[in-house]
Design a protein. Structure first.
Length: 91
């Protein structure tokens, strides 16, 4: 019951990207050590909901190798969206 809601709502990061004010829409991960959920970014402090650095280290408890992807099969809409914007800009 609750799991369904989580599955539907927590697929993409709803944090705000620093510098652009856009919604992040990154894939969410959860720390198996402290339970923190958030996205992974290549640069520190890139998103208001960032939880992991580029190496997958938890920013809250510093745990390494504890990152779990919440929705591993849900990249498709994001990929399609990215591909769409890409091809439309290439006139
Ligand atoms: Zn953690
Ligand atoms: Zn994010």
């Amino acid at each position: 019951m609750r799991y369904e809601e989580l599955k539907g709502n927590l697929t993409l990061c709803s944090g705000t990207r620093k510098g652009s004010a856009d919604t992040c829409r990154g894939t969410l991960h959860r720390c198996g050590n402290c339970g923190t959920e958030g996205c992974k970014q290549s640069h520190a402090d890139s998103c208001s909901n960032q939880a992991f650095n580029v190496l997958g280290h938890c920013l809250k408890c510093q745990a390494t190798n504890r990152m779990e992807t919440l929705a591993p099969g849900d990249y498709t809409p994001q990929q399609a969206w990215l591909a769409g914007t890409d091809s439309s800009s290439t006139h």
